[in-house]
Design a binder for this molecule. Structure first.
Ligand code: FES
Length: 578
């Protein structure tokens, strides 16, 4: 499809294309060209219907209009123009009759339709049509358009979709977008397409232009703006924050914006709103990935909506937690952080799972005061959350939303630390501790992370057999067996990274993909951080139990496979016949 210029080629004898009997000609690798004889004149077009790839030789022609037999999209037989939206024009080729022979000029086969296919992608995003999105993305990627550019087009839609559709709940869209991108980068081919399309689907829907925000008139300084943002955040005044962020950006203070948002997101008033620091971290990653030029508007709007969120009136425990954290903050702010790697991890875990808020927060305060490296504490919190996923009873309500939130929030503190600094990450620890306390209803037995779960091995001949067994168990929705199997697999010395990838593959082909993307991404990344820790297996055991329990077995495969074949230029019938 790329970089090929073909001159005139003989494709058939005239006698092979009588009127009313179109002929399909193979060209290149599986590409199919259609020849039609209409009123004695020969026409040549792509045989692949631009809608979903059905062979157009099975279509009908009336009044110079070629109509596909499948969904009845119709095209000008001569020029190829399509009369419908969400469908490309049909490629047509010059024809020359030389004696009894039909010659056509395929011409420049270089991919030049990126703009058309980006438009198609935008149409698919607006109409929330998975096939249109899959097809456009597959065509763009196949045409050599870099994945970042494709994701950039999706991002532009997200930036307008979120304010039009659902405000701060748009954090969910940003989460799927960035996690889809991160997960997709670990795969190739159809798996990658599914991850990217799943991310795109989550952001699909209406997208209106917004009224323009303008900067505050001078004189305004960063000191004033940052103070106002903190106050408005405390008061839940999102609209005012947006204009402040916009003004700071236009004054050249963009480097200070992400740290400020992180700072606001871990303040005590957001205890019990774990999605705020989590989504701020995903939003920050989006800026990192796509740059300010493309993300500024989204950042101002969604960032303001997140940290300007007005929490509900605190109930008793939450009020206690806010007050406790406020009392502890002065001592934390004056502590020298990050001095040692040593701490009593089991005692820390025991306090956090003690269902005693005071004890839990005091332990967090003590660990910070002892100068334990925050990265080390974050690893513990991630593994504690994973252990709870590995251990949660699934017979009633396993609490997956809560447990995956614990896991993803804990992991997000790494970027909170990187962008917002140590104090932000230290404050974030209280938010995770609160979340574990708040999830006490799930009733998970506490256990130390230092003790391996079991040393039993999986009774299979090799790694491939082990993976086959586990994926089969996931697909048969057998939550009880999948945990011990994963553990036995790891105890046998087989590759954890490979198993994560295989589980991810299985999930991506299923419609649970979009829900699972953040957790899958966290496990991919945290697996390396936990290397050598006795609780590392819990990451995989927890993931496997989670994806098995929420699996719904609706297939994403056909859209992706058809889209990939479509991008290769094949018609659906040939594909089915292969
Ligand atoms: S109209 Fe041709 S494949 Fe749908």
């Amino acid at each position: 499809m790329k970089n090929k210029v073909l001159g005139w080629v003989k494709v058939a004898e005239l006698s092979e294309v009588p009127e009313g009997q179109p002929k399909a000609i193979k060209m290149g690798e599986g590409r199919s060209i259609a020849l039609f004889n209409e009123d004695g004149k020969i026409y040549a077009t792509d045989n692949q219907c631009p809608h979903m790839g059905y062979p157009l030789t099975r279509g009908t022609i009336r009044n110079g209009i070629l109509t596909c037999d499948w969904h009845r999209r119709s095209f000008d037989l001569e020029g190829g123009g399509c009369f419908h939206v969400e469908c490309d024009d049909l490629r047509t080729f010059p024809v020359d009759i030389r004696g009894d022979e039909i010659w056509i000029e395929p011409g420049d086969m270089t991919y030049r339709r990126a703009e058309e296919h980006k438009k198609l992608l935008r149409e698919g995003l607006l109409s929330e049509d998975r096939w249109t999105m899959s097809k456009a993305i597959a065509l763009l990627l196949k045409g050599g358009v870099p994945e970042e550019e494709v994701m950039g087009a999706i991002l532009e839609h997200v930036a307008r979709h979120i304010p039009s559709a659902h405000g701060s709940e748009g954090g969910e869209d940003v989460s799927k977008l960035i996690n889809g991108l991160r997960v997709g980068s670990r795969y190739e081919g159809e798996d990658r397409l599914i991850a990217v399309t799943t991310a795109a689907c989550s952001a699909a829907g209406e997208a209106r232009q917004r009224l323009e925000v303008v900067p505050l008139p001078e004189p305004v300084t960063w000191e004033k703006i940052s103070r106002w943002v903190r106050i408005f955040s405390y008061e839940g005044q999102a609209g005012r924050i947006e204009r402040c962020l916009f003004t700071a950006y236009h004054k050249g203070d963009e480097d200070k914006l992400r740290p400020l948002l992180f700072e606001c997101s871990v303040e005590p008033n957001f205890i019990d709103n774990p999605q705020i620091p989590l989504y701020v971290s995903y939003l920050s990653e989006v800026v990192d990935e796509f740059g300010w030029d493309r993300t500024a508007d989204l950042f101002f709007y969604l960032g303001a909506d997140l940290v300007g969120h007005h929490p509900a009136d605190p109930e008793r425990y939450r009020r206690d937690a806010i007050n406790l954290m406020k009392e502890m903050l002065p001592s934390i702010e004056s502590t020298a952080l990050e001095r040692t790697n040593k701490f009593d991890e089991d005692a820390f875990v025991e306090a956090l799972t003690s269902v005693n808020l005071q004890r839990s927060f005091e332990e967090v305060q003590a660990v910070i005061a002892d100068g334990v490296k925050l990265d080390r504490v974050i690893t513990t919190l991630v593994l504690l959350a994973a252990d709870r996923m590995a251990n949660t009873p699934v017979n009633v309500d396993a609490g997956w939303w809560n447990l995956t939130m614990e896991l993803n929030l804990a992991s997000s503190l790494r970027s909170a630390q990187q962008i917002g600094g140590n104090l932000v990450a230290a404050k974030g620890l209280f938010h995770v501790a609160w979340q574990i306390f708040a999830d006490r209803w799930i009733n998970i037995t506490s256990r130390p992370l230092s003790e391996p779960l079991s040393d039993e091995k999986l009774n299979v001949a090799n790694e491939d057999e082990g993976i086959k067994l586990i994926i089969g168990t996931i697909e048969s929705l057998n939550v009880q067996d999948v945990g011990p199997q994963v553990l036995g697999y790891l105890n046998s010395g087989y590759s954890g990274e490979r198993l994560i990838k295989e589980i991810g593959h299985s999930v991506l082909w299923d419609d649970t993909g979009s829900e699972v993307l953040p957790t899958l991404r966290t496990v991919f990344e945290e697996w390396q951080h936990a290397e050598g820790h006795p609780a590392q297996p819990q990451l995989l055991v927890g993931l496997a139990r989670y994806v098995t329990d929420i699996r719904s077995n609706t297939d994403n495969k056909s859209a992706a496979t058809t889209a990939m074949n479509f991008a290769e230029g094949r018609t659906t019938i040939e594909v089915f016949e292969e």
